[in-house]
Design a protein around this ligand. Structure first.
Ligand code: SF4
Length: 148
């Protein structure tokens, strides 16, 4: 894995749950609790996509959530990264042939990183966020290069 520099010295994450059973969402919360304590690395959940660098999405995305997910994505400032947490968002998982689903998520918004599992472990979610951080640092440098 590459070396992190200091992308704003912290990384703010917005979590959107679309039709999840809550299993993946609990693992995201576990990543923030004292055992894993992702906040010590500057990784922090925020309440608005307008403040977020990274979007974490869970669930197989029911029809009425697709437009909301697009709006959430569009509200995030550039550079930004999207992580799909769990099998449901990646492929539909156990719900793949449900009549009311419009996922997988990469058919609705661009996805950078997939975290497989039902649910994935907190270590895998933190690892995905670090990968997103590396991507954002690269994009940030490219944006700075264009400004000069
Ligand atoms: S991947 Fe598994 S744990 Fe995660 S939302 Fe789907 S069914 Fe629930």
């Amino acid at each position: 894995m590459g070396k992190l520099t200091n992308f704003k010295r912290s990384l703010w994450v917005f979590h959107a749950s679309g039709g999840s059973c809550n299993g993946c969402d609990i693992e995201i919360i576990a990543a923030l609790t004292p055992r894993y304590d992702a906040e010590r690395f500057g990784i922090k959940l925020v309440g608005s996509p307008r403040h977020a660098d990274v979007l974490l999405v869970t669930g197989a995305i029911p029809r009425d959530f697709a437009d909301k997910l697009k709006r959430i994505y569009e509200q995030m400032p550039d550079p930004k990264a999207v992580i799909v947490v769990g099998n449901c968002g990646t492929s539909g998982g156990v719900f793949y042939d449900s009549y009311n689903l419009v996922g997988p998520i990469d058919e609705i918004i661009p996805v950078d990183i997939y975290v497989p599992g039902c649910p994935p472990r907190p270590e895998a979610i933190i690892d995905a966020v670090v990968k997103a951080w590396l991507k954002l640092e690269k994009l940030e440098k490219e944006l700075e290069g264009k400004k000069e």
